[in-house]
Write a protein that binds this ligand. Structure first.
Ligand SMILES: NC(=O)c1ccc[n+]([C@@H]2O[C@H](COP(=O)([O-])OP(=O)(O)OC[C@H]3O[C@@H](n4cnc5c(N)ncnc54)[C@H](O)[C@@H]3O)[C@@H](O)[C@H]2O)c1
Length: 249
């Protein structure tokens, strides 16, 4: 039986690597992002490797769009029983400069988005009496200058995950959180721009602070997601795994 996974924010970065990894693991994958056309490369990479995928355009913070998207996935690929809540944005600013919109936009995509997607997908998981939910947190959940909004959202993802694990465990659904450290993606390009340095300078500086001596790649995170989705992880639920090249509390 082929199981169906939805990966949000899968047009690029960690989401794209995760979608490709889950397809290689044998899942049919719905590659979901704001704009369906932006998902073309991820879908093509999966198909070229012999996997099955469709592109879905939806804003995870829009309740009606989420309901439609999950129904389409169920129709076209089969009931989704794996969900990776990965879609995310940054609106970094020091607290005194952070606008209402900076706060609301970040909370809307990460927390409201994960809530809406999970509420829609859990109906399929409960019916199947099997499911896997993986939520992307971050080392920023432990606190990070300039990220009051993002840190609150990513700490929120951890509490959300633990509650899902408690509520859905009886249906054989596990929920876990992956909290990456510094991963080389477009998201960090924005950070380099804001700091007025090149992307290479940002990566070099970061690598020096990381015990394993390098920054992370999207595939490093995808591997952790893959483990949580596997049969081998069926007794692991409500956990937060820091994927950061060194210890984090
Ligand atoms: N890159 C890092 O170092 C890092 C570290 C820790 C956590 N994370 C988290 O990992 C996840 C992926 O990060 P990334 O670095 O690959 O980011 P990215 O910016 O490269 O990709 C994020 C994707 O999410 C999509 N997206 C944004 N808002 C959306 C919405 N409302 N609906 C649907 N899709 C939406 C974007 O279009 C984009 O394709 C995020 O949740 C991020 O917070 C990243």
């Amino acid at each position: 039986m082929t199981r169906t996974a939805i990966v949000t924010g899968a047009a690029r970065g960690i989401g794209a690597a995760t979608a490709i990894r889950l397809a290689a693991d044998g899942y049919a994958v719905a590659v979901l992002d704001l704009d369906a056309t932006s998902c073309t490369d991820t879908v093509a990479a999966i198909e070229e490797a012999g996997g099955r995928a469709i592109a879905i355009g939806a804003n995870v913070a829009d309740s009606a769009a989420v309901t439609d998207a999950v129904a389409r996935v169920a129709d076209e690929l089969g009931a989704p029983t794996v969900l990776v809540n990965n879609a995310g944005i940054l609106r970094d600013n020091l607290l005194f400069k952070m606008t209402d919109d900076d706060w609301d936009a970040v909370l809307a995509v990460h927390l409201r988005g994960a809530f809406l997607m999970t509420r829609a997908v859990q109906a399929h998981q409960v019916e199947a009496k099997w499911g896997r939910i993986v939520n992307l947190s971050s080392t920023s959940a432990l606190g990070n200058r300039g990220q009051a909004n993002y840190a609150a959202a990513k700490a929120g993802m951890q509490g959300f995950t633990k509650t899902l694990a408690i509520e859905l465990g009886r249906y054989n659904v596990t929920a876990n959180s992956v909290a990456p450290g510094f991963i080389a993606t477009d998201m960090l390009r924005q950070t380099a721009e804001r700091m007025g340095i090149t992307n290479e300078q940002l990566l070099e500086g970061a690598a020096k602070e990381i015990p394993v001596g390098r920054v992370g790649q999207p595939e490093d995170v995808a591997a952790a997601v893959s483990f949580f989705c596997s049969e081998a992880a069926s007794f692991v639920s409500g956990q937060v795994l820091y994927v950061a090249g060194g210890p984090k509390a």
